[in-house]
Design a binder for this molecule. Structure first.
Ligand code: XLS
Ligand code: NI
Ligand code: NI
Length: 441
């Protein structure tokens, strides 16, 4: 096995360090200081930053108009097993140099799918044992595993929601293998993103059967993993569309309904992705709040979309003010339950230097770190919490408090309203709230 240093893919780039915002070294963190304590926890523990294998090690920049532009030095070996080992070496070199603690993968990001289920499983087992050693040597951990049940043409009509039972069973077999891999690598969580679990036209779709089948499928996966001793959390990752027109896990609220409708609330939480939130016409912070309010804020896929177009562009986060609003929700809800911040983001097609991958992750980590500092300052030092408390002050005492504790009837509301006349007008003060965020940034 090639350990760090034996075979170097990112030559000339050393460990990325925190140098503070005065530093003009592009290959240094300006705000992400892993050991700095914010709101009682180190930044490292707040975020649990993870590298997404699929974008960072596999994505060569292809789009519908042309092939990939990036020739990765770890993707040259003709033998799929050796190519996968090179990729793993590159992944661990990168993660270690970034100083991150985690990675995430789909089964067939790790190694190319074989010609049959049996051959694919053998390949996965080969690379899993290789990765096990790499994890041990480096201390890097698996935040979550998942299975890619959306790229192979066999899943064109869906995986767990496929109208053909044979395909549903094939997806089940694939998920079993991916769960085995995740457990063998001590994965802390397991993700279900419903890539093609949805439909294009209701005319040819039995929606009720498809959704019930997903419910059965998720329960089977959960029961299997639990029977094998898996203690981690399962996450559903909502997304409204792309690749299907109507995806069943549209947004956080819809996915929470799925979790509850199929009795999965003790085992499942949500993995909220920024660009999926915006595709659903929500803000990222809205989705975080919906998940947190249900006790299901599990993990984050960090990226950003593009204001001028409508698809999942998966760009690295760089908007501090928007991320600060999200970090307010994050801090106030006590952070993530089991998960971390996974950079589900890719460098642009024309960002072809290897150091661009470092610059992108540095920028993403710095954006989250700076936003966390802003949110913490707003909570600790600004009038924000007071103002928010005052806005709901009418529920803190008197009839309002009785209402909140369930002591009033509709007739009580009638009596209160009759005795008090027209309610006074109260400003929402939105601009003041916005100014406070700006002032403490
Ligand atoms: C795609 C999703 C995918 C999941 C994992 O849009 O974000 O990358 O995170 O399957
Ligand atoms: Ni994602
Ligand atoms: Ni996505």
């Amino acid at each position: 096995m090639a350990l760090l240093g034996e075979k170097e893919f990112f030559k000339g780039i050393g460990e990325i360090k925190y140098e503070g915002k005065e530093s003009d070294n592009p290959l240094a963190f300006k705000f992400y200081n892993p050991d700095q304590v914010v709101a009682g926890k180190t930044m490292r523990d707040h975020f649990k930053f993870a590298v997404a294998y699929w974008h960072t090690l596999c994505g060569t920049g292809g789009d519908p108009f042309g092939p990939g532009t990036k020739q990765f030095p770890w993707s040259t070996h003709p033998d799929p097993l050796k190519a996968a080992e090179d990729k793993a070496d590159a992944a661990f070199e990168f993660i270690t140099k970034m100083g991150f603690d985690y990675y995430c993968f789909h089964d067939f990001d790790l190694i190319d799918e074989g010609g049959s289920l049996v051959e694919s499983e053998k390949r996965i087992q080969h690379i899993v044992s290789y990765l096990k050693d790499k994890q041990e040597v480096s201390g890097v951990k698996l935040l979550w595993g998942t299975s890619n049940c959306f790229s192979n043409p066999r899943y064109m009509n869906g995986a767990a929601s496929n109208p053909d039972f044979d395909v549903v069973a094939r997806a089940g077999a694939q998920v079993k293998i991916a769960l085995d891999a995740t457990m063998a690598l001590n994965g802390e969580n397991y993700v279900f993103w419903g890539g093609r679990e949805g439909y294009m036209s209701l005319l040819n779709t039995n929606m009720k059967l498809e959704q019930d089948n997903i419910g059965r499928f998720l329960n089977m996966a959960k029961d299997y993993a639990r029977s094998q001793g898996f203690k981690g959390t399962f996450f559903i990752e909502p997304k409204p569309m792309e690749p299907t027109k109507h995806q069943y896990d549209f947004d956080a609220a819809t996915s929470i309904n799925t979790i509850r409708a199929y009795g999965l609330e003790n085992d499942f939480k949500l993995n909220i992705e920024v660009n999926h939130a915006t595709l659903a016409q929500h803000t990222f912070q809205h989705e975080l709040q919906v998940a947190a309010d249900a006790g299901m804020l599990g993990s984050i896929d960090a990226n950003r979309g593009d204001y001028q177009n409508g698809w999942d562009t998966d760009q690295f986060p760089n908007n501090v003010m928007e991320t600060a609003e999200a970090m307010l929700v994050f801090l106030k809800s006590g952070g993530l339950q089991g998960g971390g911040v996974n950079f589900d983001a890719k460098t642009r097609r024309n960002s072809t230097d290897l150091d661009d991958i470092f610059l992108a992750h540095i920028g993403g980590a710095d954006t989250f770190a700076r936003a966390l500092l802003v949110a913490d300052a707003v909570i600790q030092n600004s009038p924000y919490e007071d103002l928010l408390g005052k806005r709901y002050g009418s529920f803190a005492s008197g009839k309002g408090a009785e209402f909140v504790s369930g002591k009033l009837s509709l007739t009580d509301l009638y009596d209160h309203a009759s005795a008090n006349g027209e309610p006074k007008q109260t400003s929402g003060k939105q601009e003041l709230f916005e100014n406070i965020l700006n002032q403490y940034s």
